[in-house]
Each structure stands twice: as structure tokens, then as C-alpha cells.
Design a protein around this ligand. Structure first.
Ligand code: PHE
Length: 335
């Protein structure tokens, strides 16, 4: 009897191992532990055994029955869980697939830092087209045709009258044509010049600034640019205003900041001068006001143009302007 029971248990276990659906499982169960199952039949035969053997045989048969029932139950559970899965072969415990996260371009970050500062100072943000009329890029800015100042701009011409803007200054004109004073705007954007070397790319960025009202003075220009640089770098950063020339401002200045790399001691970045030139600026030329119909007796104003790549290079310690536009992920990911 003991041998028979052991054989039956082994058979039943082997049959269960291959079971795939509940119906088959129930059939196997009936075959062994159902009312007419093999194990049940053996249990019934116990009464025919000699009295001395009955207790031991009964216990053995019952144990087998209990073990089989337990295995049946867990097999049924397994089958039901498999059926509830949304997709065969989907392992929800696998770790997810990693995906790349983007970062902002250092020029975008710099433009935003500058815009934030000016927004807090009460400036609005203006825009203009990259493909610009000769009139806005040059003529309205007091640079007539054949004026030698045009040679400073290595212009991409689309046609005789249409250029890729060489600076953001045309936006000054577009704003003043639409709006009467007071004006307080900045205009960030891309500009284009035929140029390519360690410190020039054919496309780069500027932020134009324009403030027009009664009694605007050079002192206001100085104050605004000083505030900007102190907030962008730190309060110790010194500024230097040198006389310069632009046809659309008078007087004009180049504004340098003390080299933020060497603190004015002189290094490779500032070509050992201790200063970095990053802004062109001045008081708006009366000829420009006349072009847009502003009353030159009532109003004065200042304008400036910031080179953004220069500022971003200083802010992030980048030594070659071309890095910005090579689309090297290893470089861009650092910001
Ligand atoms: N537009 C000039 C440039 O690109 C900079 C400038 C802007 C100078 C405004 C004076 C006033 O160099």
C-alpha cells in the first residue's frame, strides 16, 4: 500500500508540472483525489487491511491527499494569475528603459538670465524678423547706401533691399515706428555676419536695449549696464566706458567689463589687458529720432547692443565660441 501511494503521488506531481489551464487541472485533480480518484479509492481500501496496519496506512494516505490538494491549489492560483496578465510575455518587474533628458542650450540660459534682469527693471521684450529690409538694418539707423560704416558689417545679402540682419538695432526702429515715448524695451535675437574663426560664427546672438523718455541721460545708460553686469556676474565687476563710433548713437561708447576670469590681472581670455569688450552703446542719434517722427526737443534716449556669446563664454568658462554650434551632446549636457 505504501508503495502504491508513493507511486500515485509521484505521478500526480509530474502531471501537474505540465498543466497550462484550469480545465486540465480539474481533470487531473478528479483523477487522483476526486470521489472516484485513485488516492480516494486506496483510502477506502484501508478498511480491508488488518487492524494493526490501518492507523499507519490511513495517516499515510491522508498526508498524500493533503499534499496533493495543496499543490493543486497553488497550481490553480498560478494559472489564474497568468490569465489576468494584460499581455503574455510582459514582465512588469523588469526595470524601465532609461530615456535621454534634454537640457537648455547655454545661449538660451544666458538670454533668459539677461531677460529676467531687464524684466525686473521694467523693460518689455520686443522682436523683429531675422530676414530684414535694408531700410531697417541700415538706412533708418543713419547708415545710408555707400556709407563706409557698412563695411563694418560683413552682410549676407538676400537681394538688393533684403539682408540677414547684421545686428538687433533694426528692432529699435520697428518699435519706435509703432509706439510713442516712453519706450523701455530689450530685443534678444539672432544676427548674421560673414565671419568664422575662434571668436566669430556666421550666426550669433545680441540683446538690443532701448530706453526713450524725457531727460534720459548717459548716466541712466551707465546705471542700467552696471546693474546688469553686477547681477549677471557679481557686484565687484567693474565697467569701463571708452569713446567709440556708431552712426545711430552720439556720443557712442564701447563698454568693457573687468575680466571675470583673472579679475583684471590679465590672462589669455582678455588678451592680457584685464578687460573684455562686450557692449556697444550710446545716446540715440537725433537723425534716428527724426526717421521715426520723435520730437528731438522733448525726448532723449540710450541704446545698447550686448554680445550674448561673449557673455555666455564668461559665465560658463568656455574658451571657443564654435563649441556653441557644433551640437556636441557631451558639451551641451553640461549646462
Ligand atoms: N548694433 C551695434 C553692433 O552690432 C551695437 C550697438 C547697439 C551700438 C545700440 C550702439 C547702440 O555692433
Amino acid at each position: 500500500m505504501k508503495g502504491e501511494l508513493e507511486k500515485l503521488e509521484q505521478e500526480a506531481m509530474a502531471a501537474l508540472r505540465g498543466v497550462r489551464d484550469a480545465q486540465e487541472l480539474r481533470r487531473i485533480r478528479a483523477q487522483y483525489v476526486g470521489r472516484k480518484g485513485a488516492v480516494t479509492r486506496l483510502l477506502r481500501k484501508i478498511s480491508t487491511l488488518p487492524a494493526a496496519e490501518r492507523p499507519q496506512a490511513g495517516k499515510l494516505a491522508n498526508d498524500v491527499k493533503i499534499r496533493l490538494e495543496t499543490v493543486f491549489k497553488s497550481a490553480l492560483k498560478r494559472i489564474e494569475q497568468e490569465r489576468e496578465r494584460p499581455q503574455a510575455g510582459l514582465d512588469v518587474t523588469l526595470p524601465g528603459r532609461p530615456f535621454e533628458r534634454g537640457t537648455f542650450h547655454p545661449i538660451t540660459l544666458t538670454l533668459e538670465a539677461i531677460s529676467d534682469i531687464f524684466l525686473r527693471l521694467g523693460f518689455a521684450i520686443a522682436e523683429g524678423p531675422d530676414v530684414e529690409l535694408d531700410y531697417y538694418n541700415f538706412e533708418a539707423l543713419n547708415i545710408p547706401r555707400h556709407h563706409p560704416a557698412r563695411d563694418m558689417h560683413d552682410t549676407f545679402y538676400i537681394s538688393d533691399n533684403v539682408v540677414l540682419r547684421t545686428h538687433t538695432s533694426p528692432i529699435q526702429i520697428r518699435v519706435m515706428e509703432k509706439q510713442s515715448p516712453p519706450v523701455r524695451i530689450i530685443a534678444p535675437g539672432k544676427v548674421y555676419r560673414v565671419d568664422y574663426d575662434i571668436s566669430h560664427t556666421p550666426m550669433f546672438h545680441q540683446v538690443e536695449g532701448l530706453m526713450v523718455d524725457r531727460q534720459i541721460s548717459f548716466g541712466d545708460l551707465k546705471g542700467i549696464l552696471t546693474t546688469l553686469m553686477h547681477q549677471l556676474f557679481d557686484e565687484k565687476t567693474r565697467l569701463r566706458f571708452r569713446p567709440s563710433f556708431f552712426p545711430f548713437t552720439e556720443p557712442s561708447a564701447e563698454v568693457d567689463i573687468e575680466c571675470v576670469m583673472c579679475r583684471g590681472k590679465g590672462c589669455r581670455v582678455c588678451a592680457h589687458t584685464g578687460w573684455l569688450e562686450i557692449v556697444g552703446a550710446g545716446m540715440v542719434h537725433p537723425a534716428v529720432f527724426e526717421m521715426v517722427g520723435y520730437d528731438t526737443d522733448r525726448y532723449t534716449g540710450f541704446a545698447f547692443g550686448l554680445g550674448i556669446e561673449r557673455i555666455a563664454m564668461l559665465k560658463y568658462g568656455i574658451d571657443d565660441i564654435r563649441r556653441f554650434y557644433e551640437n556636441d551632446i557631451r558639451f551641451l549636457r553640461q549646462f
